[in-house]
Design a protein around this ligand. Structure first.
Ligand SMILES: [Zn+2]
Length: 201
């Protein structure tokens, strides 16, 4: 049973209690408050599932209005943008890559590596919960498709020829993502200079 199920069950029980016995209203409120507290203290895992629950999918009309044609084709129709002619394949800036459709955090510059493919490549997602997978057939082999776990936007594919520590290569479309540059003092804490010698050569 997942947390979502437990919460749904708790909410249901709370509602039943409210309806059947007005005297229990206070107790019910307390239990609601308790759930709220649990959520506010929750790590990414819980807040991510909470976000997913409240996320309202955008209509095709809305998507067409808010996305460029290539962003729409890639995220909604699983198109692939051209290698080397996309926004982030060579981006070395520090920051986060978020979903172009729903804004969910997908990757960070910390796991980005130079793959030579002409597409932005990462060896791991920012959070395993934030991406979903499905297999598809391409020419004569089976690939693993990667999408945003919150809005199902197609992101790219993952392959098993990536670098350590995961050995994975998340080959992403720039069109599926928005880059948010990290400018805070956290950068200095990480001691990760923008032009790290290993990356620039
Ligand atoms: Zn998304």
């Amino acid at each position: 049973m997942t947390l979502r199920h437990i919460l749904s069950l708790t909410t249901l029980l709370t509602l039943i209690t409210c309806v059947t016995d007005p005297n229990h209203r206070v107790a019910a409120d307390e239990s609601s408050a308790k759930i709220q507290t649990e959520f506010s203290d929750a790590p990414n895992e819980r807040s991510a599932s909470a976000d997913k629950e409240i996320y309202v999918p955008k209509s095709e009309k809305e998507l067409r209005r808010s996305l460029t044609r290539i962003q729409f084709d890639v995220t909604q129709n699983e198109s692939t943008e051209p290698a080397f002619r996309n926004k982030y394949w060579n981006n070395k800036d520090k920051g986060e890559y978020t979903c172009i459709v729903c804004g969910q955090k997908l990757f960070t510059s910390d796991t980005k590596f130079k793959s030579g493919t002409g597409w932005p490549s990462f060896y791991a997602p920012a959070d395993n919960k934030n991406v979903g997978y499905k297999t598809d057939n391409y020419l004569f082999y089976t690939r693993t498709e990667v999408h945003c776990s919150r809005c199902n936007a197609h992101l790219g594919h993952v392959f098993d020829d990536g670098p350590k520590p995961t050995g994975k290569r998340y080959c992403m479309n720039s069109a599926s993502m928005n880059f948010v540059e990290k400018k805070s003092s956290k950068l200095n804490e990480d001691k990760a200079p923008a032009d790290s010698p290993s990356e620039s050569k």
